[in-house]
Design a protein around this ligand. Structure first.
Ligand SMILES: NC(=O)c1ccc[n+]([C@@H]2O[C@H](COP(=O)([O-])OP(=O)(O)OC[C@H]3O[C@@H](n4cnc5c(N)ncnc54)[C@H](O)[C@@H]3O)[C@@H](O)[C@H]2O)c1
Length: 442
């Protein structure tokens, strides 16, 4: 399962050969650890034109404890750049985007973070809409250019609502978002809950993770526990022992249960007498075949586990009030649900269905229950699921993204933990790809 190519390209002969042959040269990515939690150098705060939010954004960045400067000459090798492009209301304003970033982009440190801050393209002002949409193409292209493990995102904040962006800026400017690039994240103006301790944002909260015995789910459960949550780990009774081990390792409890069971929601509610603050729908299966060869059973089992059970349990748990106010629901889509995949009509349908569910439910869940609903859409993540993929397809999956490598389960887990934070109230209805900016469905 290990990515031997990534290791090889870090050696002297590997560097020589990849350069000579023009092969992908993935940079080792730095993940979050308690010893090195944040940016490894100064953060440059630039502006493209005069914006009403510049000062407020500067104050917010300063409050993160990062070493922030607005002078390029004070940051010879910036580890991060935040470009405030909220003042760009017509294509002419894009000149200022070029003027701000062109002189400094080459000096971005390896593993650097670029966040372009914009606003939602207007439905009434087509000049503003053209300019703000232009930032999307700009961001996605820059993500493909920067190389050396650096990432670039576009963060659309609600006009006049800078404070709700704090948890997202902290996430995007940290090693927690190592495998995210080319993402467009749009915030609502919702006020965040205050955070007592950014190192344990989930203290006192209860989370339930489905499919938690192994792979991505086990990592999600681990990261939520690390962030202070009491975690209930759910998986099918057939893997009861593995589930018990995972739960024990993180000081959580195990709930052996098939999520497709008729009484699944009741059993979950019974296991969480004080309600749930975080509900992560991670359980998923594949039963690949081309449509022409796919028996009905392969179709229905995938749609039932990956989509129907998510709809059923979400509806029931919201209706019963088991998901507490301020709660967070995180579902799991896939880039297959965006790009489609040969042999995966069933799987891609189920994962695209998750995207539809999240977008439609998010505003209602927020208004009626005070709950946010988001989805992670993993790309190629190194797990047992992808280890089973034939070698050539596996290698293509690993390399065909801007970071030229597969992600790790922890990358999906960190994204889930950011959604789960009490401070992320403004993050709602988002589908965030954890795919290293995969070329599939880009
Ligand atoms: N690995 C990837 O590259 C990748 C890419 C895109 C999306 N995903 C999605 O991420 C999620 C986790 O994937 P993974 O790679 O860790 O998979 P995995 O197969 O390693 O783990 C999935 C877990 O879900 C559990 N599960 C399956 N059916 C269940 C049911 N009916 N009730 C309860 N639990 C059930 C399994 O027992 C298993 O422990 C899935 O939804 C998958 O579709 C993974």
């Amino acid at each position: 399962m290990a990515d031997r190519y990534l290791h090889f390209t870090g050696t002297a002969p590997g560097r020589f050969l990849t350069r000579r042959l023009g092969l992908p040269r993935p940079a080792p990515l730095r993940r979050w650890s308690p010893g090195t939690p944040s940016l490894d150098g100064p953060l440059l705060h630039l502006t493209a034109g005069d914006s009403a939010i510049t000062r407020e954004l500067g104050a917010l960045l300063a409050a993160t404890g990062l070493d922030v400067t607005d002078r390029a000459e004070h940051a010879e090798r910036p580890a991060g750049i935040v470009l405030d492009a909220t003042a760009v209301t017509a294509p002419g304003g894009l000149t200022a985007v070029h003027a701000a970033l062109h002189p400094v982009i080459r000096s971005l440190a390896p593993g650097g973070r670029v966040v372009v801050v914009g606003v939602r393209p207007s439905a009434d002002d087509h000049h503003q809409a053209a300019a703000q949409q232009a930032l999307e193409g700009f961001t996605r292209s820059l993500g493909k250019e920067v190389g050396r493990g650096s990432t670039v995102q576009l963060l659309r904040i609600a006009p006049g609502a800078v404070a709700p962006a704090e948890s997202t800026l902290r996430f995007l400017l940290s090693p927690r978002s190592a495998y995210l690039s080319g993402q467009v994240i749009e915030l609502t103006p919702a006020a965040p809950d205050p955070v007592a301790d950014w190192t344990a944002p989930l203290a006192g909260r209860t989370a339930l993770v489905t499919g938690a015995a192994r792979g991505i789910g086990a990592s999600v459960a681990g990261v939520l526990a690390r962030d202070g949550a009491r975690v209930i780990c759910l998986d099918v009774p057939q893997v009861r022992d593995e589930l018990a081990r995972t739960a024990e390792e993180l000081g959580g409890t195990a709930l052996p249960l098939d999520i497709t069971a008729d009484d699944a929601a009741d059993r979950i509610a019974a296991a969480a007498p004080d309600g749930l603050d975080v509900l992560v729908h991670n359980a998923g299966i594949t039963r690949d075949r081309r449509l022409a060869n796919m028996p009905a059973e392969r179709w229905t089992s995938v749609v039932d586990v990956n989509l129907d059970s998510v709809l059923r349990t979400t509806d029931a748990l919201l209706k019963a009030g088991t998901v507490n106010r301020g709660g967070r629901i995180v579902a799991t889509a896939s880039i297959a649900g965006i790009a489609g995949n040969n042999g995966q009509t069933n799987y891609a349908a189920s994962k695209a269905g998750i995207i539809g569910l999240v977008r439609a439910l998010a505003p209602h869940a927020a208004a009626d229950h005070g709950v946010t609903v988001n989805a992670v859409a993993p790309g190629f993540i190194e797990t047992k699921m992808t280890a089973a993929v034939p070698l050539l397809i596996r290698e293509a999956g690993r390399r065909m993204n801007s970071l030229a490598q597969g992600g790790l389960p922890v990358d999906v887990a960190e994204t889930t933990a950011w959604f789960a934070q009490p401070a992320s109230t403004a993050v709602n209805g988002q589908i965030v790809r954890v795919c290293g900016q995969s070329l599939l469905g880009a």
